[in-house]
Design a protein around this ligand. Structure first.
Ligand code: NAD
Length: 351
């Protein structure tokens, strides 16, 4: 048996591949285009491991997907590949439509053709697992209950609109063609290998470099936070036992305002790597808010807890400490990502 993962060199995808192969000998075919967000160095510990087959390629390339499915006969396709950064989606939405919408459509069509030709147990067991975000549900008011799976979709950014579109395609391919799909909508992840354009790693690397810590608007935007390996265990649980055609919200019951996240990161750095120039919070700088910035996301994770017995292993306090420590322990990874040298690292390693 084999699984095909897309986007497995990105932040969550690489954590998923590492986590998967730490618990199972089932091989992973890892298809990733290696955009700016894909970093093969995240998977360096798997070099020489026959259970991991890396393929550089685009999810919009139908012929490539067909050939990977025909060659490796996976029992599941776990789809992470996406353009994922909201700010980039505002300045350049085209890439988001291409990868998140067209790419998901291409994968669905290829998976449908592959699955239709299977029979018996292989056909019954096949799964298309679509990895999505809580941002599709829009923005909550302070008094609103957290997002349940039944919430209407109200995406507000080009990123969340493209993910919402992909969720709808996945749903339609199940209802129209019977493709055996499951979808997970997860809250904000954090942890190792997070590209430092996102809030938590940006704050850590800027603070260590003595640079300003930019906080949008009043910093009171609320997000739910989940340690990345808890997201991975949630995906494994849904892949193994989720009901076909269903969506499962995954979240950590950790609603935090952005400014409190930044202050927590500063306090941990003050403890673990104090600066001679004084507390890191001195670097906090409020900047003009992002256009259309959603105010609050929160996840009601009771469905996955009740049906599949999933629970996060980390609290926010344990997860954020591990995360800050990981960045302190991996300055070379950070330096290579910041300088762009991680692309050279790949060509040197795999030339
Ligand atoms: P990421 O940007 O770190 O990684 C995306 C990966 O996809 C990269 O390795 C990139 O090279 C690859 N990719 C991009 N376009 C591709 C294409 N056309 N063909 C093949 N590969 C391509 O993203 P992430 O944060 O790891 O998110 C992974 C998935 O999880 C996304 O679908 C995202 O919407 C979803 N998600 C993310 C979060 C979060 O907090 N980061 C939360 C919930 C859901």
């Amino acid at each position: 048996m084999t699984i095909l993962v897309t986007g497995g060199a990105g932040f969550i995808g690489s954590n998923f591949v590492l986590d998967w192969l730490s618990q199972s000998d089932e091989p992973v075919i890892n298809l990733d285009a290696l955009t700016y967000a894909g970093n093969r160095e995240n998977l360096a510990s798997l070099d020489g491991d026959a259970r991991h087959i890396f393929v550089q390629g685009d999810i919009c390339d139908r012929a490539l997907i067909d050939s990977l499915l025909a060659t490796h006969q996976p029992r599941a396709l776990v789809h992470f590949a996406a353009e994922s950064h909201v700010d980039r989606s505002i300045s350049g939405p085209g890439a988001f439509m291409k990868t998140n919408v067209d790419g998901t459509f291409t994968l669905l069509e290829a998976a449908r053709a592959y699955w239709s030709a299977l029979d018996g147990e292989a056909k019954a067991g096949f799964r298309f697992h679509h990895v999505s975000t809580d941002e599709v549900y829009g923005s909550l008011k302070p008094s609103d209950p957290p997002f349940a799976e039944t919430n209407p979709y109200e995406p507000n950014s080009p990123y969340s609109a493209s993910k919402a579109a992909s969720d709808h395609l996945v749903r339609a391919w199940h209802h129209t063609y019977g493709l055996p799909v499951v979808t997970t909508n997860c809250s904000n992840n954090y942890g190792p290998y997070h590209f430092p354009e996102k809030l938590i790693p940006l704050m850590i690397v800027n603070a260590l470099a003595g640079k300003s810590l930019p906080v949008y608007g009043d910093g009171q935007q609320i997000r739910d936070w989940l340690y990345v390996t808890d997201h991975c265990s949630g995906i494994r649980a849904v892949l193994a036992g989720g009901r076909l055609g269903e969506t499962y919200n995954i979240g950590g019951w950790n609603e935090k305002a952005n400014i409190d996240i930044v202050k927590t990161v500063c306090a941990l750095l003050d403890e673990l790597k104090p600066s001679a120039d004084g507390p890191y919070a001195r670097l906090i700088t409020y900047v003009k808010d992002r256009p259309g910035h959603d105010r609050r996301y929160a996840i009601d994770a009771r469905k996955i807890e009740r049906e599949l017995g999933w629970r996060p292993a980390e609290t926010f306090e344990t997860g954020i400490r591990k995360t800050v420590q990981w960045y302190l322990d991996h300055p070379e990874w950070v330096a290579r990502v910041q300088s762009g040298a991680y692309k050279d690292w790949v060509s040197k390693q795999y030339a």
